[in-house]
Ligand binder design. Structure first.
Ligand SMILES: Cc1cc2nc3c(=O)[nH]c(=O)nc-3n(C[C@H](O)[C@H](O)[C@H](O)COP(=O)(O)OP(=O)(O)OC[C@H]3O[C@@H](n4cnc5c(N)ncnc54)[C@H](O)[C@@H]3O)c2cc1C
Length: 436
């Protein structure tokens, strides 16, 4: 028998469990730990609440979760409740699938000012992550600045500008829906250091900005390269740039009906966040690209007014004491998923924050191949029986998958009309919803 502990119940954790099941069938026991009482990582707390079809991928993880030899062990924080070393003593393989939950700092002055947030915090707020439920962003000002040119920046800009009606069918949490309905934001500026050809935004997400009820995107035609140059882009990127071209061509008459603007400010490198106590603007330096597409400052600076700033410039994993960490890349130091004997990593904890949900699947399968090479038929450890004893000694309040199903039912039961669920945003509430 092989005993595998997976830390983290996001996509990478569940794909790894699926791979272990495929590899060993009944000859493996998998325990998937999560610090939250609820599973699925960023599928629940990252993916946008108005993108329910993407969140539907969790049904696949549920199939894995309900296998007899796979167990969800929620509400257990590895590194605090139990150490990695203790798990290594109990399981043949310990796989860190802890994601990359921390915002990368922009590294510019003023990041500590009021109403400046990283996207992990802001997205966590509207998606009901217990850590960020009380963020309470001030939406009483007119100008929001979103820093970054990836899909998370698009999510944030879209969520900031949708009407309450446009959230029908979403699972945006009540506190965010309520605050956004009263928002005064009428200008969202998306800052990108480079140009339209260098964006990391996908066509579907960009296209959505063209169909918002009261918001309209704006692109300065002067920022767009010659149209012929689009031919050298790969097809997905070309489609994205085509959306930008269509935004640049929107007639002023059409804009008159749209009180909110989402403006793309390309070749714009943020230098400082300005304000006293509270943010009031972002100082930006105009950039130019060299022949390799690298941006450098031109010396020309200007200020974009901002009452709210959200940085969407990437994430870092949380280091765990005793586990080698690559600080510059913000992930665990590993060779093809191997960290140390018996210790592995997968998903964003292995690669850093890149790729789509599906990218984590081959990662999970590949790490299980490495584990299979390393542990053979198992190393005679106690596995889950050993963990259960430890949990009892420490009086850990473990949340099982069956408990989660009760929490899920309770969330569905209290959903507002048309919404799939109203999430609990507090760990104690989740535990209460599980019942006795
Ligand atoms: C805002 C946002 C929107 C996104 N939207 C999309 C999208 O629309 N489509 C798409 O394809 N991809 C999207 N992604 C990317 C996708 O979410 C990731 O590829 C994927 O979630 C990474 O999976 P993971 O399992 O490595 O990490 P995560 O999903 O972050 O899961 C990590 C899990 O580990 C748990 N954990 C962390 N530390 C501990 C610990 N010490 N002890 C116990 N548990 C712990 C966490 O609670 C969490 O459940 C988005 C990402 C973000 C940030």
């Amino acid at each position: 028998m092989r005993h595998v502990a997976i830390i983290g119940s996001g996509p990478a954790g569940y794909y790894t469990a699926e791979a272990a099941q495929k590899q060993w069938g009944d000859d493996v026991r998998v325990d998937i730990f999560d610090m939250l009482p609820v599973p699925y990582g960023l599928i629940r707390t990252g993916v946008a609440p108005d993108h329910q079809s993407i969140k539907g991928v969790s049904r696949r993880y549920e199939t894995t979760a309900q296998l007899d030899n796979v167990r969800f062990v929620g509400n257990v924080m590895i590194g605090e409740d139990v150490t990695v070393a203790e798990l290594q003593g109990l399981y043949d393989a310990v796989v860190l699938a802890t994601g990359a939950p921390n915002d990368r700092p922009a590294g510019i002055p003023g990041e500590g000012l009021g109403n400046v947030f990283g996207s992990a915090a802001f997205v966590g707020w509207y998606n009901g992550h217990p850590q960020f439920a009380k963020l309470n962003p001030d939406l009483s000002g007119k100008h929001a600045v979103v820093i970054g040119n990836g899909n998370v920046a698009l999510d944030v800009a879209r969520i900031l500008t949708k009407t309450a009606g446009e959230f029908t069918g979403s699972d945006i949490v009540g506190h965010a829906l309520h605050a956004l309905a009263k928002s005064h934001v009428e200008q969202v500026t998306i800052l990108g250091r480079r140009g339209p050809h260098q964006i990391a935004m996908t066509p579907k997400e960009l296209g959505e900005l063209g169909h918002l009820e009261r918001a309209c995107p704006r692109v300065d035609p002067a920022d767009l390269p010659e149209e012929g140059e689009d031919l050298f882009l790969e097809p997905g990127q070309r489609k994205s740039v085509t959306h930008l071209r269509s935004f640049a061509a929107i007639p002023e008459a059409f804009r008159a009906d749209k009180p909110v603007e989402i403006a793309f400010d390309f070749f714009a490198s943020p230098k400082a966040i300005l304000g006293e106590g509270q943010v009031s603007g972002v100082e930006v330096e105009r950039t130019a690209l060299d022949s390799n597409g690298r941006a450098s400052g031109t010396g020309e600076t200007y200020v974009v007014p901002a009452s709210l700033v959200i940085t969407c410039i990437g994430y870092k994993s949380s280091p765990i004491p005793g586990v080698p960490f690559e600080e510059s890349a913000g992930r665990f130091a590993n060779a093809e998923g191997r960290i140390l004997p018996g210790l592995y990593c997968v998903g964003w904890a292995r690669r850093g924050p890149s790729g789509t949900i599906g990218t984590n699947r081959p990662d999970g399968f590949s790490v299980v191949e490495r584990i299979a090479e390393d542990i053979g038929a198992g190393t005679g450890k106690h596995g889950r029986a050993g963990f259960d004893k430890l949990a009892e000694e420490r009086k850990l309040d473990v949340v099982t998958f069956r408990d989660w199903k009760k929490i899920e039912e309770a969330e569905a039961a209290r959903a507002r009309d048309g919404a799939p669920r109203e999430k609990f945003v507090d760990v104690a509430e989740m535990i209460r919803a599980r019942g006795e």
